[in-house]
Ligand binder design. Structure first.
Ligand SMILES: Cc1cc2nc3c(=O)[nH]c(=O)nc-3n(C[C@H](O)[C@H](O)[C@H](O)COP(=O)(O)OP(=O)(O)OC[C@H]3O[C@@H](n4cnc5c(N)ncnc54)[C@H](O)[C@@H]3O)c2cc1C
Length: 486
């Protein structure tokens, strides 16, 4: 290969890639081949970033489309999310990516004036108190709302009122256990009692992670609250001192999150994306990685492994057998039933409801009143609802049965028969939410240290440092920059 001049900076280079679109950050060096396994938001973002840096890469995706769990269905004026529907607005990385992709004008804030979430309790949708950050009241408005809430007994309310005065005791506990992990249930119960753990933490956390608060690691899933405890002892006092105003809770895109996937995919050269190419084996050959699929075997200088943990475990096992025990052992599954209606019908004010873990009242995990949570999701007078199930044994039920079950559960909880939906979609996401169980952060640190000894390899995706889109985008960006520079 002959060196050529880079059109952007006039340096002699040995890469044959095009000058990146912005003509700024780009890579000069020997031709280097990078493989990415998995074309979800993690792998795709890494491929996009590498391409922007002027580094060629090959993205192997087992399925027929890019985006993984991120998928938007658009039909007759409805915008229906089949996986994630938003990102947490206070984390900037997904927003920054959207802006970079020319989607800045499309960014929507959640309708926070409508922000009310209910918990199903004794057959009734009981509103969760407003002005709460998860289970912690924000300032006086939060405490007032909590004291007025029918969700809690007087004992739980007393526990809330007392928590700030227990700051010294809580802080010294935190100091004595700085390096210890514990379950979310135990952390919440230490601050506010068991009732708050059961009634509020359990449905909130299982709504996001689909798992049990008795197993989830507080260090991995509630790190900001652990930091507040270390600094202030009291979470209520700590949060009051950190309060930020004016940031909406969630953000999304007018045309749906699928636009991020479509825009990134559109920038990549066709030959760099290999759909329906499941990687069967990765093997070290000297300093290189050999990647084997049913159709090819190719050598690469660097490898970004961006599959879910279960698939990562089987690919990594031959090169790093101990990875099996270090990767998350369990993942919860989700089934989404999305229903779009042309005609209006009344709904409780708010974003939706959660069902407490193990409830005998409903098999639903949660439901979202989509057109109330975000603008522009339905044409005038239309409605979009999403119902979530997490039962593994429902996975094999036919779509028509799942839609009927979803409609029946919603009708019964909302206390009204629902009209026939104009559009109904079912998506099954098996083992899609890895469980960050107690000790997760230490296990991942050990795993990453071992992976670092294997040559140019990084693990990406939702099994390691966060399941939300902003964190995944940030990690993919960092991994791409790293792979380009080593
Ligand atoms: C129902 C649900 C709702 C959610 N809602 C939100 C939300 O509102 N906001 C938010 O921030 N997050 C949300 N999340 C979390 C977030 O969507 C995921 O964590 C994220 O999309 C995972 O992206 P990923 O690229 O790491 O993995 P995935 O999207 O799972 O992609 C992994 C890809 O790897 C491919 N693959 C697997 N094995 C191989 C192989 N051997 N060879 C080649 N390819 C392979 C798969 O086909 C897949 O496409 C939600 C998750 C679920 C399940």
């Amino acid at each position: 290969m002959h060196p050529s001049l880079c059109h952007a900076c006039n340096n002699l280079r040995k890469v044959t890639t095009d000058t990146p679109p912005n003509g700024k950050a780009h890579y000069h060096g020997l031709v280097k081949k990078i493989a990415i396994i998995g074309g979800g938001i993690s792998g795709l973002t890494a491929a996009y970033r590498l391409h922007r840096l002027g580094v060629p890469c090959t993205l192997f995706e087992a399925g027929p489309r890019l985006g993984g769990i991120v998928e938007t269905h658009r039909e007759d004026g409805f915008v229906i999310e089949c996986g994630p529907d938003s990102w947490v607005a206070e984390k900037p990385w997904a927003r920054e990516l959207a802006v970079e992709l020319g989607l800045g004008d499309e960014i929507l804030s959640s309708n926070d004036h409508n922000r009310l979430t209910y918990v199903l309790q004794n057959g009734t949708l009981v509103p969760m108190p407003e002005h709460m950050r998860m289970m912690v009241p924000q300032g006086q408005p939060g405490m007032d709302a909590l004291l007025a809430s029918p969700l809690f007994t007087d004992e739980a309310k007393r526990a809330y009122l007392n928590e700030p005065s227990r700051a010294a005791e809580l802080k010294s506990y935190a100091a004595a256990h700085t390096h210890d992990d514990e379950s979310v249930a135990s952390f919440v119960a230490r601050h506010f009692g068991q009732e708050v753990a059961d009634k509020l933490a359990a449905p909130l956390l299982s709504g996001v992670f689909g798992g049990s608060i008795h197993k989830l690691s507080v260090n991995a899933v509630m790190a900001p609250f652990v930091a507040l405890e270390q600094e202030f002892g009291s979470l209520i006092t700590g949060l009051a001192s950190r309060q930020r105003k004016g940031v909406s809770l969630f953000a999304s895109l007018r045309s749906g999150l699928g636009s991020i996937v479509e825009r990134m995919a559109a920038t990549l050269p066709e030959k760099s994306i290999k759909l329906r190419e499941k990687v069967l084996e990765m093997e070290q050959k000297g300093p290189l990685w050999s990647i084997k699929t049913a159709h090819s075997e190719e050598l690469f200088d660097a490898l970004l492994l961006a599959t879910p943990p279960r698939q990562a475990a089987s690919l990594l096992a031959p090169v790093l057998p101990e990875s099996r025990h270090l990767l998350p052992q369990h993942a919860s599954s989700a089934i989404i039933i999305a229903l779009a209606f042309r005609d209006p019908f009344p709904l409780p004010h708010g974003f939706g409801f959660l069902v407490p873990e193990g409830s005998s009242e409903s098999r639903l995990l949660a439901a979202t009143f989509v057109d109330q949570k975000f603008p522009s999701r339905a044409p005038a007078n239309g409605r979009v609802l999403r119902a979530f199930f997490a039962d593994q044994d429902m996975m094999d039920l036919p779509d028509s049965v799942l839609v009927r079950l979803g409609l029946n559960e919603l009708s019964s909880i909302l206390g009204q028969p629902l009209p026939e939906p104009a559009i109904s979609l079912v998506r099954r996401w098996p083992d899609s939410l890895p469980q960050y169980e107690v000790g997760h952060r230490e296990r991942i640190a050990t795993l990453e240290a071992k992976v670092a000894t294997l040559g140019v390899l990084r693990l990406l995706g939702n099994g390691y440092h966060g399941v939300g889109l902003p964190d995944l985008v940030r990690q993919a960006d960092e991994a791409a920059q790293w792979a380009a520079s080593v």
